[in-house]
Design a protein around this ligand. Sequence first.
Ligand SMILES: Cc1cc2nc3c(=O)[nH]c(=O)nc-3n(C[C@H](O)[C@H](O)[C@H](O)COP(=O)(O)OP(=O)(O)OC[C@H]3O[C@@H](n4cnc5c(N)ncnc54)[C@H](O)[C@@H]3O)c2cc1C
Length: 313
Amino acid sequence: MSPRHVYDAIVLGGGPAGLSAALMLGRSRRSTLVLDAARPRNRFASHMHGVLGNEGVDPATLLERGRAEIASHGVEYQLAAAHEVTGAAHGLEVILEGAALSTRALVLATGARDQLPHINGLAERWGHTVLHCPYCHGWEVRDQRLGVLITSPLQAHLPFLLRQLSDRVAVFASNASALDASTRARLEAREITVIDAGLTSLEGPARVLEYATTSAGERVPLDALFAGGTVSPHDAMLAGLDLERDESPSGSFLTIDQTGKTSHPRIWAAGNVVTPHANVPMSMGAGTMAGAAVNATLAEEDADASHARHTHR
Ligand SMILES: Cc1cc2nc3c(=O)[nH]c(=O)nc-3n(C[C@H](O)[C@H](O)[C@H](O)COP(=O)(O)OP(=O)(O)OC[C@H]3O[C@@H](n4cnc5c(N)ncnc54)[C@H](O)[C@@H]3O)c2cc1C
């Protein structure tokens, strides 16, 4: 029986973070496999912004280019979801439907899932006229009638960012305790309207937004609504390894150091799976760093192994 192939690195996730990690590994001549379920977080948007050199590009086009670039450096790409990662004598084993793959190191770049607020008409407008980030899509709706749905104090800074883009900003505070007295006074000073009601529906033809209906029955004309949901990382496949986590008001995420290394010596993580607020360039930067850190770690390990063999002889 031939010995089982052991990859130098397996990258879980083929979004901006995972492909950037894979590019560093491929350029270092590391045998690398990317496993990708191919459902990137921004797949709902047809244009990507704030990504230097790629302003307005379709996010799918960026990933297509990335896949071609990693392929040209010998990296394998497979459309598949990893179910579990376990420890093994050579390093790690990645379990997927009908297969188990061996690797010396792993980069987790599986992104995160947005659980959107349950409001009629919101999900189908996500990435079009319902937006989550002023840096990604704010410029495109500048000077328009902007709504901001605030469900928690963590979002209270958002209206002030949007006021920079339009002087017609209305805040919908579905949860009265989300805005304290001082924030309300500052909103008023910036001439931002506060409506103390949640939203029941968004209305307009197809994905266009014309107005929002509040829980008090009011119709508020709007061109775009900024709203966020709960964000949860795709990291359940590592649950059995019991890695360290950071608990914060934004959720529970794996603990990493500046290179993306987790508390496991062979596992790194990059992108939205550990930093949900990171946009595409930030995720690419983190993936690049993680890929380089994996190569550096393996290079030290290779040198140690060669040295041990040399000394033994
Ligand atoms: C609507 C919307 C619009 C956005 N617009 C912009 C924008 O204009 N500009 C910008 O800079 N940022 C934008 N963002 C943010 C952007 O989506 C993220 O910064 C980026 O996707 C993070 O990259 P990532 O590689 O960490 O994760 P992702 O891009 O989400 O990629 C993760 C990949 O891992 C795969 N995966 C998940 N689980 C597994 C598994 N078990 N096994 C294998 N693969 C798995 C996923 O299917 C996916 O393909 C937007 C976000 C949203 C929600």
